[in-house]
Design a protein around this ligand. Sequence first.
Ligand code: FHN
Length: 575
Amino acid sequence: MSDTNEKIPLNRDKRMAWWREARFGMFIHFGLFSIPAGEWKGREIGSYSEWIMNKAEIPVAEYALLADGFDPRSFDADAIVCLAREAGMRYIVLTAKHHEGFALFRSRVSAFNSVDASPCARDLVGELAAACARVGIRFGLYYSHSQDWHHPGGAGNFWDPSQQGDYDAYLDTVAVPQVRELLGNYGPVSVLWYDTPRFMTAERAGRFQAVHAMQPELIVNNRLVSFDTRAAVTPGDTETPENFIPANGCPGRDWESCMTFNDNWGYRKSDLNWKSTETLLRNLVDIASKGGNFLLNVGLRGDGSVPEENAASLRSIGDWLGRHGDSVYGTQAGPFTRRMEWGRATQRLNPDGSVTLYLHVWQRPETGVISLPGLRLEPLSGRMLSTGIPVTAVLSEAGVDVVLPAKNGGELIDVAVLELPGIPEIEPDRPQLDELGRIVLSPLDAELSGPDDAKPVVTGVDGNATISNLTRSGEWRVIYNFEVPEGGLWLVSAELAIGAYQRLSVSLLGPHGTTVTTAFNASGEGMDDFSIKELGVMRLHPGLQALEFRSEMTDLRPLLARRFILTPIRERPAS
Ligand code: FHN
């Protein structure tokens, strides 16, 4: 099968060049769902607010009446673009049509759109495209190509028989023609963001791919085809981890973490669980340190306005980027193999062969010294990015130690810059003994494997870093590589939240291979009930070791894992 963009004259590297520089973009979820904002007939409807039609099983005709009240007087495309620019965002992706089926643009193939079906008679896609062009921000569109709960035949509507119809006919008469309209009527479209590719076979995806050639620079995400056919058709240009940051990025692939500001994509009145500016900034830096982009979502209110809390946070992020943008835009993933407690690193390869290393310090050690383990190059110079205050960096036994000036109270994250004479080659750094003589393995040290559609992932950072997606027992594997200084008996424990009875094993891989298996009952009420569980005692030999953790069950059982702790057991001398 052909690649998505085979017919497009520009090759992938050329198309991706601006995107790889950009690092930060704005996702916008807006639609009829923004009006009820999570509540239907006085009742709070669970799940994502943009799924309200589905979750409350609202009949098509009744839901369509929302269009009569769709009058986004406060949707000001110039103001949105201006806010994105102030935030330091370099592109915008707007939901041209979400699963509800309502198009935010004039469509010749369906009158269920903001121009023909609502009193506002406005083409919001056109307004935003024009505003982006005026300001020079890249313009992108989200389009729900498979799920469409309004148009007969669209996937996902199980509750209203009047919507039943032929799926292929829906694709040919609504989805593909609308994508053609979007790519043909609004000038340059830089990103096309497909979603939930149910029933999307190679042949069906091909009907969309034929239209992509209309935009030679188009970047298409990885959600056009369903997962099982993806390898045979196209992986798309970008991986799209949703609401999490993969521990090691997506090696070999361009990737973008899309993330909610709170716990919904669409606006929900009652959801005030906004992420703090500091968390968002850490996310941006964490993602950049692994070579990815951050697509941060804003759910517009029903009147088209941006919630004030979001605008304020975005401006603060932009403010910080104004002083520290060099450490984010156009940088590459940092060189270190392990994530460090004090923060993250990115790097820039300079034309003369030197390298600028950016150290994002979000947890300044009391000593004021941060270590860069495994770095064997003596830095030529060092300074703080925003103040220019010099920073000393000296070679140590383990790598390079950087002596920071006092914390700059005004900054959420301080950035130190080191100029290196060449590309840093980092010696692999394995977990070491802690001050209690234990080996503590963080989720970030784990090698995770599992079936393609249910791979374990690390969510959260630092103390909250958690290995999730361990529900399909028997299908996943977690492996740790570490160095044992002294042979002998070691107790292996782990901080776990266990949702249902489990038989969990740890195996030592290699010539001294051995396995211990222990049974556990559910640990508590919810999945936030973490406690340290003893998995077993093993005889470890000095040197490099690999330890595998897995479940002996074979069905669905909720399980989350945090730290693994290996504690040496003093053996009594034989009498
Ligand atoms: O179902 C959608 C959801 O509403 C939202 O649009 C997100 C954004 O990535 N995508 C789907 C869930 O994966």
